[in-house]
Design a protein around this ligand. Structure first.
Ligand code: ZN
Length: 332
């Protein structure tokens, strides 16, 4: 097992507390797409979708989706799609090397650009899966995408750049911190695909980072979030959802991401082992060294979001933002 090295270099492996569920029963799906199922209530309502495993090592999504399917938690109005996104990578999951299952060839959550989704001849398994799923995602009115994180930190709802998604995230009533960001420098996430960030249309998406990849509580949070989503959409009755909803204190603030730290060298290091939503009070504080460059905070009370344990050149190392209150705004 790899041993943690300090402040953003080297591989880190935490104990795997979650048993990856066997999802072979869903291989054929029911809409002609492997590992994708749609249930139509026959009653009016939105097309909602819950997606898991777009990163094959983030098994909390597989736990939550399997939970819903095993209990026949189907929609009581509209349509519900359940999508296991990246099954080839997930099928390689090895608890002794769990990070290796993240993807086969390419990060599938950086490929939701027109150039990739409309590719006629996808060049690898992730691009091929995006190609197959794209028509289904095009038909979705409201999307929940379940993920987990390297750091054992507060769960996050990543609501993109639209006010509609920020309000929807808050309406779930969960305890997760609501973060509004534009995504990554090295590609487009599914939650940012197509109209999901356009406030002039109704489609909404939310990415839930449910906790540290391998912790049992992360799977519980993924299941909680799935039920909150379905209950909020009036697609699942309160009695069905209640046993799986965790106690929660919804946040008073949301975080606007204003800066993204992307290392320009392979020698980037944080100055401290950041992990838990640190608020850095003083402007000019050095938070990292990137080759010969010192990365500093430009204003008061920066919040550091999702610092990577392993800093890699040209990949998001951390997001930094500022707090905004829900109270007194149109987000309340
Ligand atoms: Zn992820």
């Amino acid at each position: 097992m790899a041993v943690a090295s300090a402040f953003g270099s080297g591989d880190v492996t935490d104990p795997v507390e979650i048993e990856p569920p066997d999802i072979a029963a869903y291989r054929t799906g029911n809409i002609g797409i492997p590992y994708a199922l749609t249930f139509d209530s026959g009653r009016p309502g939105p097309h909602a979708a819950i997606c898991g495993l777009i990163h094959g090592n983030e098994i909390c999504g597989a736990v939550a989706l399997s939970h819903l399917l095993e209990r026949d938690v189907l929609s009581s109005r509209g349509r519900l799609s359940v999508i296991f996104a990246k099954t080839e990578a997930y099928s390689t999951f090895d608890p002794d090397n769990p990070n290796a299952a993240r993807y086969i060839d390419e990060d599938m959550n950086r490929l939701w650009t027109p150039a990739a989704v409309f590719e006629h001849e996808p060049t690898n398994v992730e691009r091929a899966r995006v190609h197959v799923l794209r028509p289904l995602i095009d038909s979705v009115d409201i999307l929940l995408d379940l993920h987990s994180m390297q750091a054992d930190t507060t769960p996050l709802y990543l609501a993109g750049t639209s006010a509609k998604a920020r309000r929807f995230a808050h309406s779930l009533g969960g305890t997760a911190t609501i973060v509004c960001d534009a995504g990554h420098a090295n590609g487009v996430r599914m939650r940012d695909y197509g109209p999901f960030n356009d406030d002039d249309v109704d489609q909404v998406s939310l990415l839930a980072e449910c906790g540290q990849h391998w912790r049992r509580k992360t799977a519980d949070m993924a299941t909680d979030t799935a039920y909150r989503f379905l209950f909020r959409l009036e697609m699942t009755p309160r009695d069905t959802a209640a046993p799986y909803i965790l106690p929660a204190t919804p946040p008073d603030d949301w975080i606007e991401i204003t800066h993204v730290f992307v290392p320009e060298s392979d020698r980037a290091r944080f100055t401290e082992p950041f992990a838990r939503m640190e608020v850095i009070a003083k402007p000019g504080t050095v938070i990292a060294h990137d080759g010969h460059n010192a990365i500093t905070t430009p204003y008061d009370d920066w919040v550091l979001i999702m610092p990577a344990r392993r800093l890699v050149k040209n990949q998001t190392g951390a997001r930094l933002g500022r707090l905004h209150p829900f109270a007194g705004s149109d987000d309340g």
